[in-house]
Structure formats: C-alpha cells, structure tokens
Ligand binder design. Structure first.
Ligand code: AMP
Length: 425
C-alpha cells in the first residue's frame, strides 16, 4: 500500500471542523482590521527565498524543497509566505493600491525539518502583512490583530515575546560586538554556529544546541545597541500595546529564523504543547521590498502556525446534520426525489438521499448514520395515493403527508425548516 510522505499530514473530518473554525475566526478578525485576502503560488523561484530569508539560515541551508524545473529554472515549494507576498506586491506595482496596505493569506508551507510533534514538513499558516507604514502604530495593529485571534480562539497562557533587531544604521555595531564576543567562544559553539559566527552571527541566537544557548546568555544584547530612532520606535510600540491592555514580555535574545527582519520582532509561545511551542511569530521587514527590487517600502507581518495552534484547541463536536433524507424506493420516486432535492438545496437546505436503491431498511440505516433530522419515504403504494411518509428521526413520530410530483417545492417540506424545532406531528 502506498503511504503518505513522511512529515506530511491528512486532515480529515471530524478534525477538519477545528481547522475551519480557526480559519474562519482568523478570517473574520483580519477582515475587521481591514486585511484583504491574497492567494499566491505555492511554487516560487528559488532565488526569491535565497534573497529574502537569507543564505545562511536553517531554512535555506537545509530545509527547502527545491528542484530544477523542466525548463532548467530552480524552483522551491514556499517555506514561508512573506517573500511571496512581497514578490507579488512588487510585480503588480501595488504601492498605491489602498487594498494592498493590509494583506493576508492562509495556506500550506513546506520545510524539510525533522518531523516530530508540532513539526511537520507541510504545515499551515495564517499570514498577515501591513505594507507601506513604517511607524509604530502598524506594529501595534499587527500584534493587536494576532492577539485578538488568539483570544477569540480562547488560547490560554500564551506569551507574546518582543524584541527589536534595530535597523541597517545600528545593527552593524551590534553585529561587530557580537562577533567580538563570539570569537572568544568558538570552541563551545556547534559546527553550524562556528561557520556562521563570522558570516551571520545573529543566527547563533536562533540555535537550539545547548552549548550555543549557554554562550548566548552572556552575549551583548541588541537592545543596548539601538539607535535613537529605533529606540523611540520600540518604546512607542510598547506604549501602544500597554494602552490596549496587550501583555507582552521582553526577550532580548529573540532574533527569529529569517534574515529579513528589522526593528520590532515578536514570537508567541504557548505552554503544554511540547518542545515546538512557538505558535506564531513575526516582525518588521523594512528593507525587504527594496532588496527584492521594489521601491523602498516598510512593512511588518506575522505568521500563525495552524497545526500547533490546533493542539491547544478542544475537539469540536460534529453538529452538522442533513435536514432531510429522501428514501427513494422506485423509479418514479427517484424522479420526484431528484427534483425536490435540487430545489431544496437551492434554498440552502442540506438534503441527502439513498444512492443505491436498496431496501427501505438499509436506507433508514443510512439516514440514521448521517444523523438526518427528517426522512421522507416515497414508497410506491403511498405515492400512487398522492402521499408519502415523513418521519422525524429525533422524536420517531411519523406523519402521512400529501405529495404531488408536479408541485414546485412541496408545501410540507418548505415548512420543515421554519418549524424545525417544534415540528413533531
Ligand atoms: P516561523 O516563520 O518559522 O517563525 O514560523 C511561524 C510559525 O509557523 C511558527 O510559530 C509555528 O507555529 C509554525 N511552524 C513553523 N515551522 C513549522 C513546522 N515545521 N511544523 C509546524 N508548524 C510550523
């Protein structure tokens, strides 16, 4: 038997209820904040990710699903969404489009990490970006939207961690200080960090190896190197968050796993879901649009990991049920039933029927399994007398109802919906 690929998941009912619930909740909140949805390709040119995420990051060095397409162009399954959003933003010249100031997208990402609880090779994210605003209010709004989604989903005990990574003016000073510090600690670093400490020393903050983590605890902290503008920006972001009653905690070691971040960065950590406890993350990327060939345009965004978020949500009971099941017992009954089913579905009613013309007993069985609320039995004898049997599956009460095959929507059926709660005899 062919099995699915390791690290990939099948999402099936009833679990799908929770996925839809999370997506719908996020969608409603984001739309209230004025975000518009975009749906972008899953496959992009590899270069896009090399140039945005950064060549010395884990994602680019180890985790991308990349291949050479038949026309010899290197392409990659997107490992994150922001690069694609920025690519589309530049490609369509959306600088002055009012709807393009706030964008969101929901969909799968691909990273070839070692699969474990909360870590998959295809995982799902809700991404939101505010583009074209460099001031701290945009930061406050994006974090506020993220916080509102988590609150609406009743996620308990999460912590928003906050840091600033400075700008291209002040970061080089910090980088230099960090390189200095690390150059005396090379012995204690893992092979990856040894290699990266000269190229991209900030990545050492992101390393999960115990030895590297210890070394980082005494390292210089970027917030001590912020220029006055970055400092002011960061303080204002915090003030706005406090004004909105949004709790957060400073984490001077938070750098995030992608190179494009500037200034405000944040991550949301949740308890009780194991080692992979980051449920969302994000930050400013004021240089990225320019670096990818666009006009200088500041921006900030977040990504919520749906897979991990779901492990914090209780099961959602299956409460979908068909309103009506048509038990069709002969050719004439099928003809009537098919027409009525269409009409009722057009009216927004969930109608099911027996497809395999089996006995009444097995059709009733199927109606039961589907948890249908009413069954209309159109049997030959009754039909000839212009009647059918309508059974309320909850109360088990059956009534004999008049039917006429030529009727548009049968009068008694159109009443079912209105009287759904009270109908019994
Ligand atoms: P990142 O941009 O790496 O911080 O990813 C943002 C969010 O996506 C994380 O906080 C996780 O919730 C989620 N995420 C990232 N990688 C994975 C993965 N391999 N499996 C499941 N969720 C992931």
């Amino acid at each position: 038997m062919i099995q699915r690929v390791r690290g990939f998941r099948d999402i099936l009912p009833p679990d799908i209820n929770r996925w839809q619930y999370v997506e719908n909740t996020a969608r409603n909140i984001l739309e209230n904040y004025g975000f518009r949805e975009v749906r972008l390709p899953i496959l992009e040119r590899t270069e896009l990710f090399l140039r945005s995420i950064g060549e010395t990051t884990d994602i680019v060095e180890k985790e991308m699903y990349s291949f050479i397409d038949k026309d010899k162009s290197p392409v990659t399954l997107r490992p994150e969404a922001t690069a694609g959003v920025v690519r589309a933003f530049i490609q369509h010249g959306l600088y002055n489009q009012i709807w393009a100031k706030k964008l969101y997208t929901i969909g799968p990402m691909f990273r070839r990490e070692r699969p474990q609880r909360g870590r998959y090779r295809q995982f799902w994210q809700i991404n939101a970006e505010i583009i074209g605003y460099g001031g701290p209010l945009a930061d406050a709004e994006i974090i506020s939207a993220l916080d509102m989604i988590l609150k609406a989903l009743k996620i308990k005990g999460y912590e928003i961690q906050l840091n600033s990574l400075g700008c291209k003016g002040c970061r080089p000073y910090f980088k230099e200080a960090l390189m200095d510090y690390l150059s005396n600690k090379v012995e204690g670093l893992c092979p990856d960090c040894r290699r990266r400490q000269k190229l991209n020393p900030l990545r050492v903050f992101d390393c999960k190896v115990e030895g590297c983590r210890k070394i980082i605890l005494d390292a210089p902290r970027i917030i001590d190197y912020l220029c006055p503008d970055c400092q002011r920006h960061f303080i204002e972001v915090q003030d706005y968050l406090r004004q909105m009653g949004i709790e957060f905690k400073m984490n001077p070691y938070l750098v995030r796993g992608l190179d494009y971040y500037t200034r405000t960065t944040f991550e949301v950590i949740a308890p009780g879901i194991g080692a992979q406890n980051a449920i969302a993350g994000g930050g400013r990327y004021d240089e990225l649009i320019k670096e990818l060939g666009g006009r200088p345009t500041p921006a900030i965004g977040f990504a919520i990991g749906i897979d991990r978020l779901l492990s914090l949500l209780p099961d959602i009971e299956e409460n979908r049920r068909p309103l009506l099941f048509l038990a069709l017992l002969d050719d004439e009954g099928v003809k009537i039933g098919l027409n009525w089913a269409r009409k009722l579905r057009q009216k927004g009613i969930w109608v099911e029927m027996g497809y395999n013309r089996s006995s009444l007993k097995s059709q009733m069985n199927k109606a039961n399994k589907l948890n249908a609320r009413f069954v209309l039995i159109i049997g030959e004898e009754e039909r000839k007398k212009g009647r059918a049997i309508l059974r309320n599956m909850d109360t088990k009460v059956q009534v004999d109802v008049p039917i006429s095959p030529d009727e548009g929507i049968p009068s008694f059926l159109s009443q079912i919906k209105n009287k759904e709660e009270t109908w019994s005899s």
